[in-house]
Structures are given as structure tokens and as C-alpha cells.
Design a protein around this ligand. Sequence first.
Ligand code: UDP
Ligand code: MG
Length: 157
Amino acid sequence: MRAKERTFVAIKPDGVQRELVGEIIKRFETKGYKITALKMLQVTDEQAKAHYAEHEGKPFYPRLIRYIQSGPVVAMVVEGYNAVAGVRHLMGSTDPDKAEVGTIRADFAEVMEYNVVHGSDSVESAEREIKIYFNENEIYAQRKCMEELVVEYLDAD
Ligand code: UDP
Ligand code: MG
């Protein structure tokens, strides 16, 4: 049984600098997922360390921290059925050379280090990462259905 999940997605600084924000968001939206929170921000030292804590000590860690802070990122909460694995599938493998053609990383990234997009790897990671970047009151999971508003408007007179 597939559950509705939320996941944390970030368009990394290279994606923002290369004007790929619209293109990347479009892939999640056309898939059917809902963007329930969105903001552009400069990642702080504290956020970078918390986000990538699992990689501390690895050879690429210092470069990764520098990369994620090299310019603004676009942070999002994405919601949908099986969204954690689904977003990872749309993103493709960490290494763009191994990612399937048609995925974000295969289509828009050249090297593993600078791979344009981040997506949580599990429901637990998603909840942890969402907290690093968002307050619960910045997440708009419940929206009034537009159709209801239209009917309300049409019935008004
Ligand atoms: N990364 C890197 N070299 C590596 C592995 C990872 O520069 O050998 C970077 C890359 O930007 C990647 C991020 O570190 O997206 C986090 O690595 P992870 O293994 O968690 O990959 P992801 O979950 O992003 O696919
Ligand atoms: Mg990861």
C-alpha cells in the first residue's frame, strides 16, 4: 500500500544559477506531486552541517558544504503518493553519468559533485531535513479547492 508522503527537495546553487528552477519544478508538478512549501534561501553553516551530517569525514564533505553554500538554493516540500522514492526516481542517480536519460541529473548535470538537485532518501530523512529548512507553519498542505471557490462565486448572485 503506497502512502502519501512528503519529501524535502532542494534545487542546488548550480541549478539556480543555470536558470533551471522552472524546468525542475515542472517535472515534479507534471508528475502530479504537490509543492506544499517553497523558498529561496542562502544555506547557513548550521543548516549545511545539519543537512549533510551523514557525510561528515568523507573526502568530498568540505567541497559539498562549500557547494551547497555557493549561492542561493530553492528549498521545497513536495507531497504525493510514494513521493520520497518517486522524487529520487525523477532525479536519477547521484552520478549523472549513471542516471537514466530523462532524469533531472542525467539531463542537466555533468559531474557527480555538482548534480543540480537534492531529494531526501527516506521518510525519516525527509522529516529531519524539512525541519532544518522549514517551520511547520510555512507548509501549506491543505488548500481550498479552486472548484469550490468557483461554485461559491457563481452561486453568489
Ligand atoms: N557527492 C560528491 N561526491 C561523492 C558523493 C556525493 O560530491 O562521491 C555529493 C553530491 O552532490 C551528492 C551529495 O554529495 O548529491 C550527497 O551525497 P549522497 O550520497 O547523499 O547522494 P544523493 O542522496 O544526493 O543522491
Ligand atoms: Mg543523500
